[in-house]
Ligand binder design. Structure first.
Ligand code: SAM
Length: 222
């Protein structure tokens, strides 16, 4: 579909409504950590790299935010969906977890340059158009300290059946009742690497589910 700017804005507003509605359907926190080997590797590496302050971008109800806080990291989780952040706050309170949860937009992050030692982004970027992903990476670059770390899990998406139309950059915009407004875009390896052009890629692996697990270190401009 060749979309005008107005269409693009409207599609994005529908996308935000999708996330809000999706999280409103969740009545209580799902207090279980997924059995994903890479989350243990994450905390091990953060310890090794002497990471202290971490930002969890698009944290949802905050399972990874809370998980990391249990290992002593100073973690902030940010998500645009207020119902998701409310669930995270309930969970954190019940667990006595010391985390900072914020409702906020990845395009307007309320942090100063060089605020974090590390940024994690788990299963989020594939819900954005390519131009949006580029803008997000520019922000991530800025809010990381020089030599700061980025970890991203990028899922293989958009290959299954579904009712959607396609934008010019191959982003799928879903139209069926349950997913109306949700966007999915599959990022080829080369594009992901290009998005990380301000970083040295430390590892780029694929897990059993076809997700790309990417570790990168911010390159200093000096
Ligand atoms: C697939 S979920 C992943 C949640 C979490 N990271 C996880 O691993 O379970 C994608 C998340 O991105 C959030 N999101 C979508 N657009 C956003 C935006 N513009 N700013 C911040 N968060 C956003 C959604 O609300 C949703 O919680």
């Amino acid at each position: 579909m060749v979309a005008t700017n107005q269409d693009i804005n409207q599609i994005y507003q529908e996308n935000l409504k999708f996330w809000d509605a999706a999280w409103k359907r969740v009545s209580k926190p799902h207090k279980e950590f997924p059995k994903l080997p890479y989350i243990h590797e994450l905390t091990r590496k953060f310890k090794k790299y002497q990471v202290k302050k971490v930002l969890d971008l698009g944290c949802g109800s905050g399972w990874l935010t809370i998980f990391m806080s249990k290992y002593g990291f100073d973690v902030t989780g940010i998500d645009i969906a207020k119902p998701a952040i409310e669930l995270g706050k309930i969970w954190a309170k019940e667990e006595n977890a010391n985390v900072n949860f914020l409702v906020g937009d990845l395009f307007n992050l309320p942090f100063k340059e060089g605020s974090f030692d590390a940024v994690v982004c788990n299963s989020v970027l594939e819900h954005f158009r390519l131009d949006q992903a580029e803008a997000i990476f520019q922000k991530v670059y800025k809010i990381l300290k020089d030599g700061g770390y980025f970890f991203g899990c990028f899922d293989q998406v958009g290959t299954g059946k579904g009712e959607y139309f396609e934008l010019g950059d191959s982003t799928h915009v879903y139209t069926d009742q349950m997913r109306k407004g949700m966007m999915l875009r599959n990022y080829p390896d080369e594009e992901l690497k290009e998005l990380l052009k301000g970083f040295n890629i430390l590892s780029f692996d694929k897990n059993n589910y076809g997700s790309r697990l990417v570790w990168a270190k911010k390159r200093s401009l000096l």
